[in-house]
Design a protein around this ligand. Structure first.
Ligand code: PLP
Length: 362
């Protein structure tokens, strides 16, 4: 077997110990006589698994008791619409920070349900520089303020969290959740598709302040769209993605063993510094166009000085055991995603390869 260093943006690499544990338990899970995928989500062992995963996440992120944690389906994209349906009263406005592909999409999908206003817009910079928090134009009457702390495609990241006082701050953390410590109290709602930093696709984690659940009471909408119903039924209003929930729990346990999010912050910083260092010291052979203060630690898009070399780069990278480096089709070039599951060794291997490639083709 030859597992490669996997830089895919998502679905992304999972920690190898998590996959090994899942492999060990695939045919029979904890003596129940069946795989974890083959038992009722309402059975006692599965409910225990579900609760344990939630507890682990609460400890890892120090989630205060007045927040509900939900394990839903439909990806972050479903939440783009649901959060507007749940958090805004009819006719109310919400303020959106437009910093790249995903925040643009979040605003577009919310538009049928809330009056979307633009709080700030990074498009004039070609999405290479984030608006500072002081540049955000936020109305006191906004139902909530939405932003994307890490733009997965353009490779932009806010290094810290704004303080909006009483206004609910809503964050799409699909590509940065659990990558460093966070003050959950500053947020009204945090949501994340699992397939980047938590587990396989098909699971979405929501962390929502309890008082916000009341807001949808006046709306006529199906139960399945209501956060309050999901919370009341412990995310088991209908059959959840049991397999992904199980793997998320294993990832949380692995994170604990690694030293939690504080340790992840240090690893992730080191990995990003290594790769940006290689790019910046390549005399223009490689380049990253993002303003240094807005650079993402999680997703590093970069370009070769001559795009005619792209194919050769990707092919030789693959031969060297490095996969998933092709950039998003909207940007071209390359992108290396450095989520929690990517070991420092993997980034060292990438940087060595990039140096060799430059010497051979420079
Ligand atoms: C990947 C990603 C999404 C899309 O997630 P789906 O689970 O495919 O809906 C949304 N937002 C961000 C920031 C992402 O990285």
């Amino acid at each position: 077997m030859s597992r490669a260093w996997n830089f895919s943006a998502g679905p992304a690499a999972l920690p190898e110990p998590v996959l090994r544990k899942a492999q060990d338990e695939l045919l029979e899970w904890q003596g129940v006589g069946a795989s974890v995928m083959e038992i009722s989500h309402r059975s006692r062992p599965f409910i225990a698994l579900a609760e344990e995963a939630e507890t682990r996440l609460r400890v890892l992120m120090t989630i205060p008791p007045e927040y509900k944690v939900l394990f839903l389906q439909g990806g972050a994209t479903l939440q783009f619409a649901l959060l507007a349906m749940n958090l805004a009263a009819t006719g109310q406005s919400a303020d959106y920070v437009l910093s790249g592909h995903w925040s643009e999409k979040a605003a577009r999908e919310a538009r049928p349900y809330v009056r979307v206003r633009t709080a700030a817009d990074a498009s004039a910079s070609g999405y290479r520089k984030l608006p500072t928090f002081t540049q955000w134009q936020v109305g006191a009457d906004a139902a909530y303020v939405h932003y994307t702390p890490n733009e997965t495609i353009q490779g932009l990241e806010y290094p810290n969290t704004p303080d909006l006082g009483g206004l609910p701050l809503v964050a799409d953390m699909s590509s940065c959740i659990l990558s460093r410590p966070l003050e959950v109290r500053r947020f009204g709602l945090i949501y994340a598709g699992a397939q980047k930093n938590i587990g396989p696709a098909g699971l979405t984690v929501l962390i929502v302040r309890e008082d916000l659940l009341e807001r949808s009471q006046g709306h006529d909408m199906a139960m399945i769209f209501r956060y309050a119903e999901h919370a009341a039924h412990h995310s088991m209003l209908n059959t959840p993605n049991t397999w992904a929930w199980y793997l998320a729990g294993l990832t949380f346990a692995w994170l604990e063993q690694q030293g939690g999010v504080a340790a992840m912050e240090r690893y992730n910083r080191r990995k990003a510094d290594l790769l940006y260092g290689c790019i910046d010291n390549s005399d223009g052979f490689y380049r990253n166009e993002v303003d240094p203060g807005s650079r993402s630690r999680m997703n590093v898009p970069f370009f070769l000085h001559d795009p005619k070399l792209d194919e050769r780069f990707l092919q030789q990278a693959e031969q060297g055991g490095l996969m998933g480096l092709k950039g998003h089709r909207a940007l071209g070039g390359m992108r290396a995603s450095l989520y929690n599951a990517m070991p420092i060794r993997g980034v060292e291997t990438l940087v060595d390869f990039m140096g060799d490639f430059q010497r051979a083709n420079g």
